[in-house]
Design a protein around this ligand. Structure first.
Ligand code: F6P
Length: 492
């Protein structure tokens, strides 16, 4: 049964907790960031979870060393116990894994970010990073999973994301009977695009994933691409209608299950002191109309085109200058990677250009704030008239589900047709092509001109959808999928 308490080994690169020292030198645990970690936190309250993650900070490494390759007992915010096993990788290997392969290569590939005339160069550096970084780190994760399976042979293993494509095969080879699932939180590109990577690499990725009993994506679109890529790249027998792939004598179920959020958590957050204080500040500074974007400063988020669209909107509607502003709350991400650092520079230049062109009498069109401040983001969620989510490609995009839950102004969602969440919300949003700057400018105009009744109806429909398909429903559906997979492999 999906509601039974069960033994789960959750495996993700970033863990639910990061350790550091405070000013007095005391060790403190801070909750890890990112949609994946937030979404999976509730698993811990309902199941016996051992979470395996990379030791990322120096203090994490200390914790891992003290634990001596064993899990430590931790508690979630609500007091629920869980086990945390931090894997301390060799620093150079981790650097190659994270800063060469996972983000500038796999993330770029899976979000179609390359301008292929110029990038990527699959040079000896990448080959080296693949071997000594990606394979090494995946092997270390597989070893940790195997050690935990020795302890709890009945536990189901739940891998997450693009960091861990090889680990399932490494586990499967040594534990043919293990129940393995993998959820991919990013898009799956079409087969031809995988051909940017050399055959051994693209083959190992698909071969690794197909060692799982269950593979999940956020959308039918990414799932369809995975069926096609599996057939074309490793010769698997894909059966989209039957929802499975046969490969290497095994059967992998492939599902589309869009992740979600906890509406109650956002109700509580919206009423919290920190959010109300941040909201007061926003209200004191806000122009009559507020266009909001909340993102990481990741190239896939398409912030620069969003600013250009706002510039075109202001140029086409001079009567709105001084009355409308864009608030861009951007969390700086992966700044050790040159492509990400350069993109942050491009974001700053683009905002500056718009502001230099239009600002007058104390009105600044784009209020760009680059920092990680979640209470401020939730406060802004309450206050927007238009929410712009114009990602180039996005696995899902949780902002598009979170913000409407607490919005108090009948805010309209302008949403990229390439964000995974578009598959669920398209009827209630203004859809845009993320490359069409003119189209986005026009959508901002349409949103701001929309009648109050229609704005409220759309907002209400998004809210109702998220309430009905909340994070609990997502987890239940995946656990049901896992049960079905267990039955398939004769585990129940
Ligand atoms: O979008 C996929 C995802 O894994 C998120 O779930 C997560 O927030 C992020 O990417 C990982 O980010 P980071 O590199 O900061 O760990």
């Amino acid at each position: 049964m999906a509601s039974d308490r069960r033994k789960l080994i959750v495996v993700s690169n970033r863990g639910p907790i990061a350790f550091r020292r405070d000013e007095e030198g005391r060790r403190i645990a801070r909750r890890g960031g990112g949609g994946l970690v937030t979404a999976l936190r509730s698993l811990v309250t309902q199941h016996d979870v051992t979470w395996i993650a990379s030791a990322m900070s120096d203090e994490d490494r200390m914790v891992a060393a003290e634990a001596g390759e064993r899990a430590i007992e931790e508690r979630a915010r609500d007091g629920s116990p869980f086990r945390l096993r931090l894997v301390a990788h060799e620093p150079a290997a981790y650097d190659w894994f994270y800063n060469v392969v996972s983000n500038p290569t796999l993330w770029f590939l899976q979000h179609y970010l390359w301008n292929l005339a110029h990038a990527p160069d699959v040079d000896s550096g990448l080959h080296h990073a693949w071997k000594e970084g990606y394979i090494a780190v995946n092997s270390a994760f597989a070893d940790a999973v195997l050690a935990e399976l020795d302890r709890e042979p009945e536990a189901a293993v739940f891998f997450h994301d693009y960091h861990l494509y090889l680990a399932p095969r490494l586990v499967r080879t040594r534990r043919p009977e293990a129940l393995l699932a993998h959820f991919i939180h990013v898009p799956w590109p079409e087969p031809d695009y995988w051909h940017v990577l050399p055959r051994p690499i693209r083959w190992a990725i698909h071969d690794g994933l197909l060692a799982n009993d269950l593979v999940g994506f956020h959308t039918r679109r990414w799932r369809r691409n995975f069926f096609q890529a599996s057939a074309e790249l490793v010769g698997a027998e894909a059966d989209p209608d039957g929802g499975a792939v046969r490969y290497d004598g095994r059967h992998t179920t492939v599902v589309a299950r869009p992740i979600s959020v906890d509406p109650l958590e956002f109700d509580e957050l919206a009423a919290s002191e920190a959010v109300i204080a941040a909201e007061r500040e926003i209200m004191a500074r806000r122009p009559e109309y507020l266009v909001l974007r909340v993102d990481r400063t990741d190239p896939s988020k398409n912030v620069v085109r969003g600013f250009r669209a706002f510039e075109r909107y202001l140029a086409a509607h001079p009567e709105m200058q001084g009355r409308v502003g864009m608030l861009a709350l951007l969390d700086p991400s992966r700044q050790d990677i040159p492509e990400y650092a350069e993109y942050l520079g491009a974001i700053q230049r683009a905002a500056r250009m718009v502001n230099d062109r239009f600002q007058h009498h104390g009105w600044i069109p784009i209020d760009l704030q680059i920092r990680d401040n979640f209470p401020q983001a939730v406060a802004a969620y309450k206050q927007y008239d238009v929410l712009l989510v114009n990602a180039i490609f996005d696995g899902l995009n949780l902002v598009a589900k979170e913000a409407p839950l607490v919005n108090e102004r009948g805010g309209v969602l302008v949403l990229s047709e390439n964000a995974g969440v578009h598959e669920e919300l398209s009827e209630h949003v203004l859809s845009v092509n993320p490359f069409d700057v003119e189209g986005q400018a026009n959508a901002i105009h349409v949103a701001l001109e929309m009648r109050a009744g229609e704005r409220q109806a759309r907002l209400g429909a998004i809210r109702a959808h998220v309430h009905e398909h909340d994070i609990g429903a997502w987890i239940d559906s995946l656990l049901r999928d896992l049960d079905a997979s267990a039955a398939e492999v004769g585990r129940v």
